[in-house]
Ligand binder design. Structure first.
Ligand code: URA
Length: 237
């Protein structure tokens, strides 16, 4: 709920002081009723008219960076009742995830109600780089390094690896942690590219998206993007 004069000012119609005058002059209606005293409060669903003009709702854009936990689906609703990423963010606004991480993948995902930015970020032309840490069930061989440098075919289309690094190897358990940076958006792409090399991805975490990093966010935590970060993401256009 917000005060009527504030709602009018926030919608960009006029200043708050002028809005107060218009209210006192009986020029403002809420849901068809003239409101001519100050102090009246409105919510998102109220229909406000000022001097006979319906007040256009200014849609406030919201941008979140979430550290997605496992067993959460990147969707706004799920027919099987699984938890959705949008449920983790405390907002009344209808936001949605930009792209997807698998149900079992953890890490950095952006959520917003800004369709324009979401389209920019998801368009393959803009080649947004994403960095993942994959725990795989094996130790990479020389041949694998060669293949990673050349690019890996997945469904007859090459995935170019922008960067990769073996972060850790456990020779006893025969597992490795491999960091890969790609600019692909195909579904399950990291799992599929390792599968094509003969490995299974046991765990997958995205720790970087474009220039954004998870920082100190714990699993399930989120923060707002700053104005500068949003402006920088728009530069991909
Ligand atoms: N690649 C995958 O395989 N899974 C993800 O969640 C993201 C990229």
């Amino acid at each position: 709920m917000e005060r009527l004069q504030k709602a009018i000012a926030n919608a960009g119609y006029t200043s708050r002081r002028k809005a107060e005058e218009l209210i006192k002059e009986g020029k403002v209606t809420v849901n068809g009723t003239v409101i001519d005293t100050l102090g009246y409060k409105v919510n998102h669903n109220d229909v406000i008219e000022v001097e006979g003009n319906p007040l256009k709702k200014r849609i406030i854009k919201e941008y979140y960076l979430l550290n997605k936990p496992r067993e959460v689906i990147c969707s706004v609703a799920d027919e099987f009742g699984r938890k959705c990423v949008t449920e983790l963010i405390d907002t009344e606004t209808r936001i949605y995830p930009v792209g997807r991480l698998d149900y079992d993948t953890t890490g950095l995902i952006i959520l917003t109600n800004d369709g324009e930015l979401a389209n920019i970020l998801m368009h393959p032309r803009h080649q947004i780089k994403k960095t993942y840490i994959a725990k795989i069930n094996g130790i990479l061989k020389e041949e694998d390094f060669k293949n990673l440098r050349k690019g890996i075919l997945v469904d007859d289309k090459k995935v170019t690896i922008d960067n990769f690094k073996v972060k850790k190897q456990d020779k006893e358990k025969t597992t490795s942690l491999v960091e890969v940076t790609i600019h692909e958006g195909r579904n399950h792409i990291v799992r599929r590219l390792f599968e094509n090399m003969g490995y299974e991805v046991l765990k997958l975490n995205r720790n970087k998206y474009a220039f954004l990093e998870l920082g100190n966010l714990k699993s399930g935590e989120y923060r707002l993007l700053t104005e500068e970060e949003v402006a920088k993401l728009y530069e991909y256009r």
